[in-house]
Ligand binder design. Structure first.
Ligand code: GTP
Ligand code: SPV
Ligand code: MN
Length: 589
């Protein structure tokens, strides 16, 4: 097949891939609708895709992955920088020479008899100075059709690269035999190269997402003076008609997609509150011409957690996924050929579970995998912001950190300044979820929700955050921390969450424009009960007090645990972070 570009850097790299992988056929992905439809039809013929009801879910498919290949694999994810010191204590490291050798031995000829698809892709809006180009060669049709939703693929990427530039990320991917023992997700930041093998799952295989837009991009961002972050981006309009764009870093499966599509309760809507979506997972933040921070969403689609998504919790997501959507590892409602998952609605009478087995409501096992996902174009979202593809990005007024914590962290609090806010991000902790392989519900440190995604030494990353603040000519966004997941003594969530989170966003906006009060606490500024609009909520005064409480004993345990974490970062932990830690320690004495 004729190549779609005459860029010699691209073509010579493709030749190397061919020589190494020995595919039988080459197909260039051009980004056309007809090619996408053709590939989906082939996946149906191969019985990998099941077409859904063509009236209620047109052009949508259900599929199941290999049962061992359902989440990101952090133990098998490597940062192969030249020096081990540059990968730091939070990443697995291997020397680039060794890892290239190991992978080339493993992958030699792995595409024999297979087709190699070449996916040129653009991360970021067409024509944006902040956008970047990557290529992924893959033998997975599933990866191709998902990448075509998640990124801007084909000719648009080639146009943005141009015919002479060598500035692109090189990505090689093969599903191999899906062998978990030889599964590798490897990043070579010194060469802008990604190689992943033996997985077909989202974050492992769709390289534009975590591999490029976070791990590789974070190394570029450090060098070039910007931030690549695991953040949603939303526009919030208040009753005065003022609009504020806000970013938020919550760990995997901790509520970014839900907040990005938030629908305020009716009274708030009537008053004029509105939330619009720019992105749900990744933000690239650059200083704009006026010195403020501007965010773009490098992605073009949502790869969202299915379980828990319903008309009550996230009506915008439910409306978004009614066409052109791929459902992976959900259940299939056989009565109407629609996807189904726990938390969506009453269980279907007859279904296939995520392993493709007959399932009915008497079955004790879950029908959908807890990390089952939908892949859908962002443009279909009813709440998509009109600026979501703006080349210059949207100006950011606040950054919100948020963890999943049963205790200790209050509903919301505000940092004193950028350094204190950076400390809040560095010391984030959250209970593990099904988005990564391993035990769930374990509290772990997850700085800036980036623990699995920082492409270099975490201490240097924290320093980079501090320096971004020092470099700013105008004031940096205010920083907040939220926790929707605090529980009562009986283990129930105290806060209703979802649409009701607008009440917390209202306080945050009020703090930005100076229209609402708060009270100083050990850990930062907190709202008092009177500062939050709680009308219409059935929640007791005791519960609110509990949600807003800062318990010195819990925070003493917290700082001891933070200190343990700081020791693992070692001497690269910025002095500013130690200083903030010392201030809190003193205050708790
Ligand atoms: P990734 O795509 O993995 O990065 O996840 P995410 O941060 O986008 O998380 P998402 O919004 O998909 O939410 C994950 C899970 O948390 C879902 O099961 C949601 O139903 C649940 N969740 C989201 N927001 C809230 C909330 O405000 N309160 C409660 N209790 N649960 C929530
Ligand atoms: C996450 O795990 O944070 C996700 C899904 O957003 S994945 O693309 O698999 O990384
Ligand atoms: Mn994510």
């Amino acid at each position: 097949m004729a190549s779609l570009t005459n860029n010699s850097h691209v073509l010579s790299w493709i030749e190397e891939c061919k020589t190494e992988l020995l595919p039988e056929r080459i197909v260039w992905i051009d980004g056309s609708k007809s090619q996408q439809e053709q590939l989906c039809a082939e996946l149906v013929n191969e019985k990998f895709f099941t077409p859904l009801n063509s009236i209620t879910f047109p052009n949508s498919y259900w599929c199941c992955s290999d049962a061992s290949d359902v989440a990101r694999v952090e133990e098998r994810t490597y940062i192969c920088s030249k020096l081990k010191e540059d990968a730091g204590p939070t990443n697995n490291w291997a020397s680039p020479d060794e890892m290239y050798k190991k992978l080339s031995d493993l992958m030699k000829g792995c595409m024999k008899g297979r087709t190699m698809y070449i996916i040129p892709y653009l991360m970021g809006p067409d024509g944006s100075p902040y956008s970047k180009v990557g290529f992924e060669v893959t033998d997975s049709k599933y990866v191709v059709v998902n990448m075509a939703i998640m990124a801007r693929v084909g000719n648009v990427a080639l146009k943005n690269l141009g015919s002479t530039s060598n500035d692109f990320v090189r990505g090689m991917h093969s599903v191999g035999q899906l062998d978990p023992q030889n599964r590798f997700i490897c990043h070579f930041p010194d060469d802008n190269t990604i190689i992943s093998f033996n997985s077909n799952y989202g974050g492992n295989a769709l390289q534009g997402k975590k591999c490029f837009a976070l791990r590789i991009a974070s190394t570029l961002a450090r060098r070039e003076g910007w931030l690549a972050e695991h953040m949603f981006i939303v526009g919030i309009t208040n009753p005065k008609g003022e609009k504020y764009y806000v970013c938020g870093a919550f760990p995997s499966a901790c509520g970014k997609t839900n907040l990005a599509m938030l629908v305020p309760p009716p009274e708030f809507q009537k008053a004029g509150w509105k939330v619009e979506t720019v992105g749900d997972d990744i933000a690239w933040l650059n200083f704009g011409p006026d010195g403020k921070l501007y965010a773009i969403n490098p992605e073009a689609g949502f790869f969202g957690v299915a379980p828990g998504t319903s008309a009550a919790t996230n009506p915008n997501a439910m409306a978004t996924i009614r066409k052109n959507t791929i459902f992976t590892n959900t259940a299939l409602d056989l009565t109407c050929m629609a996807p189904w998952w726990e938390g969506m609605s009453d269980p279907p009478e007859r279904a296939f579970d995520w392993k493709g087995r007959e399932w009915n409501p008497k079955n004790k096992e879950k029908a959908a995998h807890p990390n089952s996902r939908f892949t859908v174009p962002a443009s279909q979202c009813p709440s998509i912001d009109k600026e979501w593809e703006s080349a210059g990005g949207v100006p950011i007024s606040a950054i919100i950190f948020g963890g999943r914590r049963a205790k200790t962290a209050p509903l919301v609090y505000e940092a004193r300044d950028w350094k204190h806010g950076t400390y809040m991000g560095v010391t984030m902790a959250s209970e593990t979820t099904a988005a990564a392989a391993g035990k769930t519900g374990q509290l772990r440190r997850d700085p800036m929700a980036m623990l699995p995604f920082i492409g270099y030494h975490a201490g240097d990353y924290f320093q980079h955050w501090i320096e971004m603040g020092s470099r700013a000519n105008v004031s940096m966004p205010k920083i907040f921390h939220v926790n929707w997941f605090r529980t009562s003594a009986t283990g129930k969530f105290l806060w209703p969450g979802f649409g009701e989170n607008i009440r917390v966003l209202e306080w945050i906006i009020g703090r930005i424009n100076g229209s609402v009060g708060g009270v100083n606490s050990l850990i930062g500024m907190l709202p008092e009960m009177k500062d939050l609009d709680l009308t219409g909520l059935t929640i007791s005064e005791e519960e609110i007090k509990e949600l807003l409480s800062v318990k010195p004993q819990e925070w003493r345990e917290e700082i001891a645990s933070q200190e343990k974490f700081f020791r693992t970062i070692g001497k690269k932990l910025p002095k500013e972070i130690w200083d903030e830690h010392a201030k809190l320690t003193d205050a708790l004495r």
